[in-house]
Design a binder for this molecule. Structure first.
Ligand code: NZQ
Ligand code: ZN
Length: 393
């Protein structure tokens, strides 16, 4: 096991009616003037936003709102949010929604606490981020894990770049998680979430780090739980038990615990972000569309690791490691298909792409081959191009 520091300080309030504690939580964490951030309208339609607003008012908390966050959230809206937060003198940012809304709230918090700094300079770490405003969330989708993660992802639409920022200042103070709030999700978003949750653990699991027994066991158990309950959620998105398991798995999968003591890979995520930046495809779909091509490209780096995954997660009995590895990849891809997720670029709504577009994405992912991405197999521009070509059917 490698040395590690583990710090996941978010307070989790989980279960039915948990959202009724929002006002009290905001107060507890020092909020008196809140900027409420939300997405394209699902929380208005469901009545959740109004419920939260009433609860804040009941607790004598002033609030204003910023809606309109889109999936693959844009820098420009976060900048508008910073302006609004400064105008109302916000001392707390509350995200009501999914990963896109939470990430926008995190960005607003960083920008509003540092009005003299340019937000994209903060995001690209040109200037150091030393302080932020407190953020809390009422989660409405199990997917990105932003409610407990140290990261946030924004798209700078002017330059077509989707980029994550990791910092301890990205940890939200509290996360309210009522699985019933996910009942209104379109099925496609439930399944995009299932893939993303799996991928946060898989992108940590494929590592050459050794001697990580407890971390491996946690990761394998989480994957089995997501697969089992993902099937149930696909059949019935109002299955409380299944939606609860998915919600808690979503947080655990990206709060660091499934990769402690090991080197992180995150290659598929880096490639997926290029697809989302260029074509605005849903994050989970970008990952399932390229995972098969990535796995087939890299598994021979350490077939034993893929075989362990196949045996412990999928129950594959094959003794030969290379054969077991291939069967594990096949089982994963079959699962994605069974929940109607795309397993190639051609199966995304954008269809098969011309080769020059793949060239462009490979170049962008590696800064024109000036750096590599991932660790299980370090990926140069030419490797990413090969993976994209393999997925492009
Ligand atoms: O915008 P609204 O109208 O709310 O609709 C959203 C959106 O269309 C809808 N939705 C969410 N909850 C709903 C609902 N519709 C009905 N009922 C509900 N209860 O679902 C759609 C997707 O929402 P989004 O917030 O984009 O989902 P998700 O949580 O998957 O977030 C994706 C974003 O998070 C980033 C992704 O790259 C992507 O930009 N990620 C953030 C990470 C992090 N901060 O740690 C890590 C991840 O790897 C990921 O990169
Ligand atoms: Zn993800």
């Amino acid at each position: 096991m490698q040395n590690f520091t583990y710090y996941a300080p978010t307070e989790v309030i989980f279960g039915k009616n948990a959202e009724e504690r929002t006002g009290k939580e905001v107060k507890k964490w020092g909020g008196s003037r809140v900027l409420l951030v939300y997405g394209g309208g699902s929380v208005k339609k469901s009545g959740l936003l109004e419920k939260i607003q009433k609860d804040l008012t009941k607790e004598n908390i002033q609030w204003d709102e910023l809606g309109g966050v889109k999936p693959n959230p844009r820098l420009s809206l976060a900048e508008a949010g910073v302006e609004k937060a400064l105008k109302i003198g916000a001392d707390f940012i509350l995200a009501v929604g999914g990963g896109s809304t939470i990430d926008t709230a995190k960005a607003i918090a960083h920008g509003a606490a540092n009005p003299e700094l340019d937000l994209w300079d903060i995001w690209t770490e040109k200037v150091p981020l030393k302080k932020s405003l407190p953020v809390g969330t009422v989660l409405t989708i199990s997917a990105a894990g932003s409610e407990m993660s140290d990261s946030a992802v924004l798209t700078n639409e002017k330059i077509g770049k989707k980029k994550g920022l990791s910092t301890e200042l990205n940890r939200v103070k509290f996360a309210i998680m009522n699985p019933e709030l996910t009942y209104t999700l379109p099925k496609y978003q439930v399944t995009c979430g299932i893939v993303d949750i799996m991928m946060h653990t898989l992108d940590r699991y494929f590592t050459h780090s050794k001697g990580n027994e407890i971390t491996d066991e946690i990761a394998q158990a989480l994957l089995r739980t997501v697969i089992k309950n993902g099937r149930k959620a696909f059949d019935n998105p109002k299955d409380y038990q299944a939606m609860s398991e998915l919600m808690w798995c979503g947080s655990l999968s990206h709060n660091g615990i499934t990769g402690l003591g090991a080197e992180k890979d995150f290659g598929p995520h880096k490639i997926g972000h290029e697809l989302s930046a260029k074509y605005d495809v849903a994050h989970g779909a970008s990952l399932s569309a390229i995972w098969k091509a990535w796995a087939e490209y890299v598994y021979m780096e350490e077939p034993d690791r893929f075989a362990q995954y196949a045996r412990t997660v999928w129950g594959i009995q094959e003794m030969d490691s290379v054969k077991a590895a291939c069967l594990g990849i096949e089982a994963t891809v079959d699962f994605f298909r069974s929940i109607h997720m795309p397993v190639s670029i051609g199966e995304l709504e954008i269809g098969v792409r011309p080769e020059e577009e793949l060239d462009d994405m490979a170049a962008r992912a590696t800064g024109n081959d000036t750096f590599t991405v991932a660790k299980f197999k370090e990926l140069h521009e030419k490797d990413i191009l090969e993976i994209l070509k393999k997925a492009n059917h």
